[in-house]
Design a protein around this ligand. Structure first.
Ligand code: WTA
Length: 704
């Protein structure tokens, strides 16, 4: 990614970086750190993998268990040859995660401590909520859910902006044993309906709308469309709860006096009024959050659930194109979220911890909500974007709240380092201690800028590798213990046993590169794909029996450091959002003019990767006329509409034919070469027709 050097930044970019250069843990972190040295890490690591039961039962001691298990602490099968895959931690023990996040902290005397600061999209909009207040709201909303007939095990969809009600809703589901299924509020109506239908959700919670930067999104209208699709498919959703975030009612809504009217401001946080938003209202189905909360009781006993009962599901792209509902269970996820947050961010009681991820993704689940609350720290929920009102927003928020631990994505870092360093340095960042990154490989230039400019060369950088499926960090430095190398996620977290496999499935023990797999379960690993256990086994356990396969490649260097090399399946990581190429292709294929489409990953200097599509039109003979800018616009819109704006392809090229093997399989390896204009395409002997390659090179878009 060397072109980041040419983007006009005022900082002195390092043009050459020695991949073995190491950064020591900052001296000032060590004294109070939970893990003070690499030796201490190694000792604890050995214990965690040799005696997982002892290690994790010690961590479990800080939580409340309504009753203990009489059975095995850990029971599992990781080998498809021996029977079905299963993973069970503490089965038979009973607990409740909302109790552990809230009541337990209040009992410990943290009632008046701020659980979350809320920072709105607009810098003037902010608020806060204490642990005691959050507990009260969660109890009230739990009673609301119960009043609507929602029971243990039911699935509740959540499609919300980054507001405190989102966390209230998650914890209320958990309190009554319902399973939340959050869909990032950037997905289209169609994607949302797919997820609601797959999970068979009985209710959805949303907000009227939200500002994202200077763009207004009418979330309720997207939900309306999604619910319309569910109804058409014979699975209507009975209940839709709407948070009034924008504060202006539509004429249609206000004309129905039974359901709306002047709802009191029940939100714990500020609002940004908007005169433009109109929403529709379906009496009977739609309820204002604030109306329901008005009469709700402030006490709600938690439902004591089994350690292995489901907590939530979260969809992630699958290589077949159909998203997978990754299912996490209560106890293991709780232990793992809390332990990784504590050790990787070296949490201290006075921390102000800020993870910028949207709760709609796994990073937000674990490191905005459950991890920080499990440790009783004060976190920040940020509704805005890094660029609004300008590219200094992140650093302004850090100054405003005196943030100590900050966690964001390489794509944000890369896009912010294009601006003058002054955008960062004009804000006081002296509170910062640890800077984290997640979601995609971070290039050394971005790592070094983050370290030097944002962190003033005084902070530890933690490059955390993990997945929706892993529940929490699996490969990561520990800030006061691990010497870091820019671009390397370094070493495994407690309980994680990584291996690198060759194509033949042989473990590469020394330095080398191959498939990244894990050899034994940790508490936070997913338990199944919702409604499709076979797909869970095939996706993660079939290729290399006996191992969990991540789908990522990794290399181990001479010193044992692990470097993630990226996905090795048909997945594209766009700005840290995983998409399957099949998903994009099927959106393109729905266009009338398209006969066939193939999409591949293409490097992008900000997003890390972007999507490059090859499209074969139905009437190949009229190609010249048919394939024009207008069509490209339509195809782009089709992908945005089908999946969501973040999935928009960067390049769409005309492909009169696609390179295929004699058996008809598209050779994506060749398409990837064409996308980057690399003529060194290697062996083409299996191609059915070699002439297509030349044509495709000629038809590359000029800006690609
Ligand atoms: C990628 C996000 C390199 C990887 C938590 C993984 C990373 C996928 C890193 C999971 C990292 C995540 N270095 N690659 N530090 N973190 N990835 O499920 O390809 O949205 O498989 O979870 O992101 O994406 P997901």
């Amino acid at each position: 990614m060397s072109d980041t050097n040419n983007q006009g930044s005022q900082s002195q970019h390092i043009h050459y970086h020695d991949p073995n250069a190491k950064f020591d843990p900052p001296e000032r972190l060590i004294k109070n750190a939970h893990i003070k040295s690499f030796t201490q890490y190694q000792q604890m690591y050995e214990q965690s993998i040799n005696d997982p039961e002892l290690f994790w039962s010690q961590i479990a001691e800080q939580f409340h268990w309504e009753s203990q298990s009489s059975g095995q602490f850990l029971d599992y099968n990781f080998d498809v040859r021996k029977g079905p895959i299963f993973i069970k931690w503490m089965e038979g023990a009973r607990t409740n995660i909302s109790f552990n996040m809230l009541d337990r902290n209040v009992e410990k005397g943290l009632g008046d401590k701020v659980a979350f600061y809320w920072e709105g999209n607009d810098p003037g909009d902010h608020g806060k909520i204490t642990y005691q207040e959050l507990l009260e709201k969660v109890c009230m909303f739990s009673n609301v859910l119960k009043g609507l007939g929602i029971k243990k095990g039911n699935r509740v969809a959540i499609y919300m902006p980054m507001i405190v009600e989102l966390v209230i809703c998650m914890l209320a589901c958990a309190r009554i044993g319902a399973v939340h299924s959050i869909v990032f509020a950037g997905f289209s109506a169609e994607s949302l309906s797919d997820r609601i239908l797959d999970a068979n959700c009985c209710a959805i919670a949303t907000a009227d709308g939200v500002w994202r930067g200077s763009k207004l999104l009418n979330l309720k209208s997207i939900v309306d469309k999604a619910l319309e699709i569910c109804k058409e498919k014979g699975k209507p959703v009975a209940t839709c709860i709407v948070v009034r975030h924008m504060s202006v009612l539509s004429e249609e809504a206000s004309s129905d006096s039974n359901n709306v009217g002047e709802a009191p401001d029940e939100s714990p946080v500020g609002k940004r009024p908007c005169k433009k938003l109109k929403i529709n209202w379906q009496p009977g189905r739609d309820h204002w959050w604030s109306d329901l909360m008005k009469t709700a009781d402030k006490n709600c006993d938690p439902e004591w659930v089994d350690a292995e009962d489901p907590l939530f599901m979260l969809y992630t792209s699958g290589s077949t194109g159909k998203p997978k509902g990754v299912l996490h269970t209560v106890a293991g996820y709780m232990l793992y979220a809390a332990a990784t947050t504590k050790y990787v961010f070296d949490l201290q009681p006075d921390d102000i911890y800020w993870c910028t991820a949207d709760i709609g993704w796994i990073t937000g689940h674990t490191y905005v909500c459950y991890g920080p609350l499990g440790n009783g720290v004060s976190g920040i929920i940020f509704e805005g974007t890094p660029f609004y009102p300008d590219a200094g927003r992140f650093w302004a928020v850090i100054e405003k709240y005196k943030v100590t631990k900050f966690y964001t994505a390489p794509t944000a870092i890369r896009s912010l380092m294009k601006f003058e360093d002054n955008f960062v340095t004009k804000y006081n960042r002296s509170s910062l201690r640890i800077l984290g990154t997640v979601g995609e490989p971070i290039n050394p230039e971005a790592w070094l800028w983050y370290h030097r400019v944002v962190g003033n060369s005084e902070c530890a950088i933690v490059d955390t590798f993990w997945q929706t499926e892993t529940g929490g960090h699996v490969i990561t430095p520990l800030p006061a213990a691990t010497k870091t190398k820019p671009g390397s996620a370094t070493f495994p977290f407690f309980g994680i046993v990584p291996a690198i496999l060759s194509d033949e499935g042989k473990e590469i023990t020394g330095p080398g590169e191959g498939y990244l797999v894990f050899k034994q379960p940790w508490p936070g690993i997913m338990r199944t794909v919702f409604g499709n256990h076979e797909r869970f086994e095939i996706t993660y356990f079939k290729k290399f029996p006996g191992y969990y396969t991540t789908g990522d490649g990794a290399k181990r260097d001479e010193e044992g450091y692990l470097w993630i090399t990226g996905r090795i399946d048909d997945m594209v990581n766009v700005s840290g959002h995983l998409l399957s190429t099949a998903e994009v292709e099927s959106a393109l294929q729905e266009h009338d003019a398209v006969s066939e489409a193939a999409s591949v990953s293409h490097p992008h200097h900000i997003k890390g990767e972007c999507i490059y599509c090859f499209v074969t039109l139905k009437e190949a003979s009229h190609l010249g006329e048919l394939f024009n800018d207008e069509l490209v616009k339509e195809l782009t819109a089709a992908v945005r509409q089908k999946i969501g704006p973040f999935a928009q392809p960067d390049f769409i090229q005309n492909a009169p034919a696609l390179p295929k093997t004699r058996s008809g399989k598209i050779m994506r390896r060749i398409l990837r070469k064409i996308a980057v204009n690399d003529r060194d395409i290697g062996d083409t002997s299996t191609l059915a027709d070699e002439t297509v390659i030349d044509t495709l090179f000629k038809l590359r878009p000029k800006d690609a």
